[in-house]
Design a protein around this ligand. Structure first.
Ligand SMILES: *Cc1c(COP(=O)(O)O)cnc(C)c1O
Length: 450
């Protein structure tokens, strides 16, 4: 008989041995919901005279639903794209000790806001700050949720309803909709643009400062684009001198920023945090998870008088950093303090990776897979740092009839594998693949070739 009335009931399906397994694995309410939804689907799609699914088929449908409902949407992936700080792939992978610190401080209680010496309320603000001031020589430091929050807090606390001067060539959109002019608007600051798209002169700063009541001068890193050709921009120390002549503080949004020089790795020079402070910037802000190589955070360094204004502003509470990030950030900063950043922090290890080692790894992959070839290519740093700069690399390249379809398939792998197309080939850059992921990558690629 092929009739909807012959479908088993919810109870009947739940009271099978599979039903008991599901209840043990997924809990009763979710299991009941999955069984009910499966039966509803069958009823909704049923047409007169059709045969109904067997009980075994129904059980498969139920388990598919349960698995889909509990599958995490946020999952680890293998990044073989060659983009080191890939914002869509979670930016900087963290060092093992940063991970340990985050897990160790969050599995139980901590002295997050507790002064152990006094036995009373303390402040979360001190945890990463001593390390930051020691590393950079800044008078004071404040850590917030991310750099966008750092910029918003600084502008709101220092320049709400007041004029903030910025060069037109720095009114950038960073990605994910973060636009400097919009953040200014949100903070209530009044934007005063100076210069042209390609050129801004010191006299542009001096003129506006002499003619209008300016509260703050801001400089923003252009992040993911470069202006080339007929361009000019005064150096930070010149801007600072012009602003300080009228007692106006300077905020430098470095975006990525870096505590290590990038030229030693064959890259262009990325503005360093220490340089901005040395040039006299009153506040410098940057991300925790770009070239610093730590957790998501916004780091603000600079003059105590200004930082304490930021700390006291109500918005500071809304954008504060959590204990996981503070623990991981402190552990990351310790790598710099102990002069082991290049070997311990994954982004620096990737940036400094030896060309021969990368090539040997790509060749090892080729040997294991017994297919493809090793071709030269370029890795990029990403994360809005060093726009247009690349590092020479060697990638495994597979010549397949439909490389795009192949990459789609790899994204369905568990864990998903992210490759790239270069000259019509599917390529995989060892530089951004963590050493312990080699086997996962090769198994996934082999499965998709077959
Ligand atoms: C990346 C970036 C930001 C935003 O930093 P988040 O940590 O992503 O919030 C702000 N300003 C500049 C110049 C940037 O490059």
């Amino acid at each position: 008989m092929s009739d909807l009335r012959s479908l088993p009931s919810v109870d009947k399906l739940i009271n099978t041995s599979r039903g008991s397994e599901w209840i043990a694995g997924y809990g009763r309410p979710l299991t009941v919901e999955a069984v009910r939804a499966t039966l509803d689907d069958v009823r909704a799609g049923y047409e007169m005279g059709e045969s109904l699914p067997s009980q075994a088929e129904l059980l498969v449908k139920v388990v598919d639903k349960l698995e889909a409902w509990v599958a995490p949407t946020l999952r680890p992936v293998v990044n073989a794209s060659g983009v080191i700080i890939h914002t869509n792939l979670g930016r900087a992978p963290m060092s093992p000790s940063a991970l340990r610190a985050a897990s160790w401080v969050s599995a139980g209680y901590s002295n997050l806001e507790y002064d152990l010496a006094e036995g009373k309320r303390g402040t979360r603000l001190l945890h990463a700050e001593a390390l930051l001031t020691r590393l950079t020589g800044a008078e004071d430091a404040l850590v917030v949720n991310n750099n966008a929050a750092a910029v918003l807090l600084a502008l709101t606390a220092l320049a709400r309803r007041r004029r903030v001067v910025i060069a037109r060539s720095q009114l950038v959109e960073i990605g994910g909709g973060f636009r400097i002019p919009d953040v200014m608007k949100q903070s209530g600051a009044i934007l005063v643009e100076i210069g042209t798209t390609n050129r801004v002169h010191l006299r542009d700063y001096q003129k506006v400062i002499n003619e209008q009541p300016v509260k703050l001068v801001m400089r923003a890193h252009r992040s993911n684009f470069a202006i080339i050709g007929f361009t000019t921009e005064p150096a930070l120390d010149e801007i600072v001198a012009a602003a300080h002549a009228s007692d106006i503080p300077v905020l430098d949004d470095l975006g990525s920023g870096t505590l290590l020089g990038t030229a030693q790795f064959g890259l262009a020079h990325e503005p360093m945090v220490q340089e901005s402070l040395a040039a006299g910037a009153d506040l410098v802000c940057f991300s925790g998870d770009k070239l610093l190589g730590g957790p998501q955070a916004g780091i603000i360094l600079g003059r105590s008088e200004l930082i304490s204004k930021l700390k006291k502003h109500p918005l500071a509470r809304a954008v504060r950093s959590d204990k996981l990030a503070l623990a991981a950030l402190s552990a990351t900063l310790l790598h710099y303090l102990k002069d082991e950043a290049v070997s311990e922090i994954p982004v620096w290890r990737m940036i400094s990776a030896n060309q021969d080692e990368i090539q040997a790894r790509a060749q090892g992959w080729m040997t294991t897979l017994k297919s493809g070839e090793v071709i030269p290519g370029e890795s990029t740093v990403g994360g809005g740092s060093l726009p247009g700069e690349t590092l020479p690399t060697s990638s495994l390249a597979l010549d397949l009839p439909h490389p795009d379809r192949f990459l789609n398939l790899l994204r369905e792998n568990n864990p998903p594998i992210i490759g790239r197309i270069q000259d019509g080939l599917a390529v995989f850059d060892p530089r951004t693949v963590l050493p312990e992921q080699d086997e996962i990558l090769l198994e996934g690629v082999q499965k998709c070739i077959d």
